[in-house]
Design a protein around this ligand. Structure first.
Ligand code: G3P
Ligand code: CA
Length: 266
């Protein structure tokens, strides 16, 4: 294929805090992101949706039921309505009763970007983007406002976008060719990761990498991706031995709910 530079070198092994440090703090909240950063994550992963009044908010599911005390779709709530809720998938009352309760408001993307320092890098997932007209434009414009479409002092992209939705990634690519994109791919249980050369050629037109469930990964696939100048992230890896194995396989980053899995004493 054509020669182009991948902004993330394929000898890199990055720790990506999945929904923050979500094994230790309620997922996709500012305390979870702050902890992920403090535990040394190279990137922080979060999922974005659009409210009824067109604000980008951070939550995994498109419905508030699992992670809050309420129910219903995000897109049927205004931001003000969502701000009445507490993002706490444990719902054991501890967060709701705590003095820090407000810290566990459902965060907007803007709040996260405004509160976290310049040194934080993000993997932003367009989750269920077909639910939300114009979410790609909103995201690209927010990334522009916060200077995320550039590299940091270390030369890493300050933000990348990933999604299972290929059409949505291609839309982002048409809006701004400088945003690094990763295609999320799921394989069936027991299936090995693979890609046809036709699929690979198409992938290279818009993406710098793939995000694949770690169970499906194998050295052959990783090296085929590297030869095509495509990096490979694995999701979601919470076991130290798995992480070590994936690193040896040449994987370029792991999404983990425990960003200290290689450094902690656990
Ligand atoms: O980290 C990859 C991952 O974000 C895709 O799955 O469901 O955790 O968003 P999910
Ligand atoms: Ca995600």
């Amino acid at each position: 294929g054509t020669k182009w530079n991948n902004p993330i070198p394929n000898d890199e092994f990055l720790i990506i805090g999945h929904r923050g440090a979500s094994a230790y703090e309620p997922e996709n909240t500012i305390p979870s992101f702050e902890l992920a950063k403090n535990l040394g994550s190279d990137y922080i992963e979060l999922d974005v949706h659009l409210t009824k009044d067109d604000k980008l908010v951070i939550m995994h599911d498109k419905d508030v039921k699992r992670t809050t005390e309420s129910k219903g779709k995000i897109k049927n709530h205004t931001l003000a309505e969502l701000k009445e809720l507490t993002a706490d998938e444990d719902k054991d009352g501890k967060v709701a009763a705590s003095a820090q309760k407000e810290a566990y408001d459902i965060p907007t993307l803007q709040e996260v970007l405004a509160q976290m320092t310049d040194e934080t890098r993000f993997v932003i997932e367009l989750k269920d983007p077909d639910e939300y007209d114009g979410i790609e434009e909103k995201l690209v414009s927010m990334m522009n406002d916060y200077g995320l479409i550039e590299k940091d002092k270390k030369g890493y992209p300050k933000a990348v976008i990933h999604s299972f939705d290929e059409e949505s990634l291609q839309k982002v690519h048409r809006l701004n060719k400088d945003i690094p994109l990763l295609q999320l791919i799921s394989f069936d249980d027991g299936e090995e990761a693979k890609m046809t050369s036709k699929e690979l050629t198409k992938l290279q037109t818009y993406a710098i990498g793939v995000g694949v469930s770690y169970e499906a990964l194998n050295a052959e696939f990783v090296s085929a991706m590297h030869q095509a100048n495509i990096i490979v992230f694995a999701y979601t890896v919470d076991d130290r031995e798995d992480a070590v194995k994936l690193q040896a396989m040449g994987v370029n980053g792991i999404h983990t709910n425990k960003p200290d899995l290689l450094t902690g004493t656990e």
